[in-house]
Design a protein around this ligand. Structure first.
Ligand SMILES: NC(=O)c1ccc[n+]([C@@H]2O[C@H](COP(=O)([O-])OP(=O)(O)OC[C@H]3O[C@@H](n4cnc5c(N)ncnc54)[C@H](O)[C@@H]3O)[C@@H](O)[C@H]2O)c1
Length: 255
């Protein structure tokens, strides 16, 4: 007997959907029945992922998540294409090269804060009123296990993700009475282009082994792991879950 997908009939905007975790979340959402607008700054990557799916399930939107006008245009493009919006996944984000906090240039600090934190403002400003009007909607924000459990050398990144987690909880409290849920996912280091920065600029077997050793379940996270968690949080199965930071970290935060 075939079951309907967990996200059957839902429409999502997923930011940073052109590679890494965003691509994994997009794949899972479409497998589970959702329509997806891929809100991505790289035309090459965004279009490439969108092309892997049927045209009525996936559409690429070229935009920068730090730009309020682009959010307005993304909402319009989503409504024009799919007729509705139920879910926003704030996934796009960047990391600085791991190293002593005082060595991170000011320009890197500004870039991290701008790309990781400001999209939550932009999406709340543009999407929350739409969700309030329809009396339902879900935000899933990709934070990091470094938010609840910061460690040396990724301090500014952890700070930006601490803001993502705190803003998620604040919005959950504020928007809950309007039927809107907001949750954060906290991944451990994942198998994406970010690995070399997390390792200080060079991706080595020794560096990877050091990170893996600190994870009780003995591996990095995968885009599938994060896709599965995001799908559950976005689905009606999580209809009474709001304001949480869900670790998807193989037990890393226990150490
Ligand atoms: N990979 C990890 O180890 C890890 C761990 C914890 C949390 N995270 C978080 O997961 C999220 C995804 O990370 P990833 O590893 O998949 O990264 P990635 O670099 O592989 O992919 C990020 C995607 O976001 C897009 N993007 C970047 N800036 C953008 C902008 N201004 N507007 C629109 N799109 C933009 C990029 O083009 C890219 O396609 C980030 O928020 C990251 O902080 C990653």
């Amino acid at each position: 007997m075939s079951h309907p997908g967990r996200l059957e009939g839902k429409t999502a905007i997923i930011t940073g959907a052109g590679m890494g975790l965003g691509e994994g979340i997009t794949r899972k959402f479409i497998e589970e029945g959702a329509n997806v607008l891929l809100f991505e700054i790289s035309a090459e990557h965004g279009q490439n992922v969108a092309n892997q799916f049927a045209k009525d399930k996936a559409a690429f939107f070229k935009g920068d998540v730090t730009n309020l006008d682009h959010w307005e245009a993304a909402l319009k493009a989503c409504l024009d294409k799919f007729g509705k919006l139920d879910i926003v996944v704030n996934n796009a984000g960047v990391v600085h090269r791991a190293g002593p906090s005082h060595d991170v240039p000011r320009s890197e600090y500004d870039r991290i804060m701008n790309i990781n934190v400001s999209p939550l403002y932009q999406s709340a400003k543009v999407i929350a009123p739409y969700f309030v009007k329809q009396k339902q909607g879900v935000f899933v924000n990709i934070s990091s296990i470094s938010a609840p459990r910061p460690r040396p050398n990724l301090v500014w990144y952890a700070g930006s993700k601490g803001a993502v987690s705190a803003i998620t909880k604040g919005l959950a409290a504020e928007l809950g009475p309007s039927g809107i849920r907001c949750n954060a996912i906290c991944p451990v280091v994942a198998e994406t282009g970010m690995v070399s920065s997390v390792l200080g600029g060079t991706d080595t077997l020794e560096g990877r082994a050091g990170l893996t050793k600190a994870i009780p379940l003995g591996r990095f996270a995968t885009p599938q792991d994060i896709g599965n968690a995001a799908c559950w949080l976005a689905s009606d199965e999580a209809s009474f879950i709001t304001g949480i930071e869900l670790p998807v970290d193989g037990g890393r935060a226990l150490n």
